[in-house]
Ligand binder design. Sequence first.
Ligand code: NAI
Length: 726
Amino acid sequence: MDLTHFTFDIDSDGIAIVMMDRAGEAMNTLSPETGEDLALIIDRIEQDDSIRAVVIGSAKQDNWLAGADIRWFASLTDPAEGEAAMRAGQEGFSRLEALHRERGKPVVAAIHGACLGGGLEFALACGSRVCSDDEKRTQLGQPEVKLGLLPGAGGTQRLPRLIGIAPALDLILTGRTIRPRKARKLGLVDEVVPKAGLMEAARARALALIDPPPVEPPSLADRIKAHLNPAAMQRLALETNPVGRRVLFAQAEKAMLKETKGNYPAPVAALECVRIGYEQGVAAGLAAEQTAFGRLVVSPESMALRSIFFATQELKRDPGTTGDAEPRQIETVGVLGGGLMGGGIAAVNTTRAKVRSVIKEVDEAGVARGLDYVQKVLDGQVKRRRMQKADAWLAMKRQVAGTTSYDDLADVELVIEAVFEDLDLKRSVLADTEKATGSDTIFASNTSSIPIAEIANGAARPANVVGMHYFSPVEKMPLLEIIVTPETADWVTATVVAFGKRQGKTVIVVNDGTGFYTTRIIGPYSSEVLYLLEDGATIEEIDKAMVTWGFPVGPVTLSDEVGIDVGAKIGKILEKAFGDRMAAPPAFEALTADDRRGRKNGRGFYTYEDGKKGDVDETVYNVLGVTPRPGTVSRHDIQQRLSLQMVNEAVRCLEEGILRSPRDGDIGAVMGLGFPPFRGGPFRWVDQVGVDTVVEQLRDLTGTHGDRFSPSQMLVEMAEKGDSFF
Ligand code: NAI
């Protein structure tokens, strides 16, 4: 056989050992070429009577089969092509399944590393699955919905039949992945073994399946026990009859729509395929998969989600600077301030970057706060089994220290400050740091709005100063915005970019300016909320409109979460830099004067009881001096005004060179601010709507509401030339 992406051997027991090894790639993926190889292999196994069983493993380091080659999807330009591709994939997997179902040749998947998407569908077509016990590297799942697609090669049919409808819907509709222990519990794999013994265990299993020992009927005690398990009873009751299944599907649909607000067509289609499979049979289910995949692969939602995926991949390889400076080694990081952000930064230093942190605070109480934060994050890791208890204990003991003296920062390579948002304070901690540390120590500020050049003004070593803007909560939010000034040295940029990646972050590098990118585009968006309130829109209407548009939380809720005082302070800084466009409406003053700081003091736009958010605090309208008139401003107008404010400002950031590329702008907005991923980010979304349409809408709004909506120069010029961002 002339194979490019697989190796094929037959051992002395007549077991074909098939190893996936995609040529020229670090990972195994499925594409038409791998499909051709697979067809040859199946031909051979079908025809060769000396082959009694099959084991399918991977020659790659920590990867079994990561799924379909996503780059190749871009070549599918109309639904019929997508349908045909899935038909071919389904036929290949059906032939694989027939080897054990019809020809009596057991097929065992020996899985270590990623087994995702088309990879899991491949494994499902095998007769049995053994996986390594590596809870970190081995993961299984159907993450297609995250790319706006569905498992189109039999996943919506085989998975529910193997593990049950409810658990399968959970995996297919959320796209979440699971680890070996959980996979065994669900019955997705039959055996979990140490990696070193994986191939041998799979071989032994294949041999045993050739001549299976007679099955002992379960004892009466076992049968009773099985039925006493409440989960099993519920499953049996619901899944084995059509009425019960209808209930199950309805429940899943409700939960999904609550999550997606109807903005994501992929999970809807996936659910439909599972349902059709049960109501009309597997063949109909498979046909539905083909049609749905063809439609989804060319949908704007899938293209947007895939563009985010590619941008994230590209950023992993992006050194963040065009110079050839090499990143320097970081072993110990000084963290100034052990508050919400400092604590979070020290936590990811420990859990992800695996470097030592020294938290410097003003007093012992501050130190304790910082250390507690790290401890809490480590406890969470242990609870979720991401870390052994002993390792967490050692990490806390050896990798995290607290101090009230700069003397303990003498040897650190990097200092990240997260003290209060105050220019004078930031300058003074920078001066103290410079005195205490060596000439190669980097000073990074986590300011959320102050230009880095202003902090660096007067510094002894301005080339060592950079911004590292994290998002709260640091251990959960994926973005890191790095801000460079004209004076920041290339090696400094390269070093902090590389370090941010070690912390597990997706890193964008932006040029310095007030609010950089992410804080700046929030500015006009937040101000517009107050204009909407003045126009009679209610708080519920505003939040609901934007959540429906696809943001995870509405802007009013966000304001309470961030802190109304913080927002007011940043609003003033932005107004000073950008003038009327960002003018914080006077109402902000009234809110802070009324001691409304949001969730943190339980007084905001909403009521709070024991930290739990309640209804809108109706008295807030009085404080603002506005009268709510429900229905006065339509949902469409709310969505348009708010989204266009953010988008127009994003384009200005590109125009002024704050952003290096539209790609970075999209990633920053989606990962830092929750801009709806299915819209791809502000730039991708403008392309989708059409630059000329966006300009027209902005001009209309300028006519009605004034100059704060006037379209940015770049948009106007692009509209004239008929350009797009991508
Ligand atoms: P925080 O109030 O929770 O923590 C600040 C900590 O700094 C306090 O524990 C305080 O004791 C300590 N501190 C004050 N002066 C100090 C000094 N001279 N040396 C050492 N420690 C000192 O504030 P938070 O929320 O952590 O914010 C810190 C910085 O991060 C601010 O610049 C803020 O703008 C920025 N930021 C905040 C975000 C958020 O969501 N809270 C998001 C992104 C940035």
